[in-house]
Design a protein around this ligand. Structure first.
Ligand SMILES: [Zn+2]
Length: 294
């Protein structure tokens, strides 16, 4: 009998909210920054800010590869494949957006962000895997510190334990840990990227958090949670795999959950859109808490 490959990723699992709750507890200034940003977002929503007219920005991106085995020291080509995937998804230029169900086609929105690889760092570690505790972001704990995180988006690519695909820090947090961490098995579209997480969508999802997007079900195990975005239907919980449309929860019929949204937990081939209000939220984060990037 064939032995199951160790570390096989079965379904999406993101550590962003766990990391977020920890940071809110530990840094009162982060809590205040998040509240300010929420206020700014609310005002822009009321003013009907048109994010479709926002200027095209290029996000300078640093990729920090942290590896123990040679396999984990992913190739430049694999890194470039991730940047290419982001440049499709964040411009709504991904061909699979055409699979968006008809009632929501008009919501599919261009974030008007492009990503340019500015620098790659490679760090050999003795650690077999990391988790959402930020140890990968410090040299003394087997990782590497971010490079100028006010002006560069930092991505760390490393082995993550517990089936975690990635996690991100929301805007307004400490500089020393600012950025996005992605499992090397779910990064880019070639090399070590494993199906069904080999279309680069873990980074698309996590960078969504980095620009202040929440999971579309609002991170509660019922209908009470909200992603603070008006044009994503209220839904009960995460969707996994490749669901069949419609999947109705929380009286959200006839169209049901927007599980093809990048901020759900579906597999890479099953997610392919951000909405207009999500883009407003991201652009507000870019213009305020993350203005150093632009
Ligand atoms: Zn997430």
């Amino acid at each position: 009998m064939a032995k199951k490959k160790a570390g096989k990723l079965v379904r999406r699992s993101c550590g962003a909210m766990a990391a977020h709750m920890m940071l809110l507890e530990r840094y009162p200034a982060f809590r205040a920054a998040q509240m300010r940003l929420e206020g700014t977002t609310e005002r822009r929503t009321q003013m009907r800010f048109d994010a479709a007219k926002a200027k095209l920005v290029t996000i300078k991106t640093v990729v920090n590869v942290v590896y123990k085995t040679p396999e984990q020291n992913i190739s430049d080509a694999q890194i470039n494949s991730q940047i290419a995937a982001l440049n499709k998804d964040y411009r709504a230029a991904n061909p699979d957006r055409n699979q968006t169900p008809t009632p929501w086609k008009g919501l599919v929105s261009d974030v008007r962000m492009e990503f340019k690889l500015a620098k790659v760092t490679r760090t050999k570690t003795t650690k077999s895997s990391f988790t959402s505790d930020d140890l990968v972001k410090k040299a003394s704990t087997g990782g590497i510190a971010p490079f100028q995180p006010k002006t560069y988006l930092n991505l760390w690519v490393c082995p993550l334990g517990g089936g975690l695909l990635g996690y991100a820090q929301f805007p307004g947090g400490p500089q020393a840990t600012d950025g996005v961490v992605i499992n090397y098995l779910a990064f880019g579209t070639i090399g070590t990227a494993q199906a069904p997480f080999n279309k680069g969508r873990t980074a698309t999802h996590e960078i969504g958090h980095y620009f202040n997007l929440r999971h579309i079900w609002g991170d509660t195990p019922d209908c009470s949670g909200s992603d603070m975005v008006a044009d994503t239907p209220n839904c009960a919980g995460a969707n996994f795999g490749t669901p069949t449309w419609p999947h109705i929860t929380c009286n959200n019929g006839p169209n049901g959950d927007m599980f093809m949204n990048y901020m759900d937990y579906t597999d890479d081939p099953a997610m392919f859109m951000f909405t207009t209000q999500q883009v407003l939220r991201m652009r507000t984060a870019l213009d305020s808490a993350r203005s150093g990037l632009a």
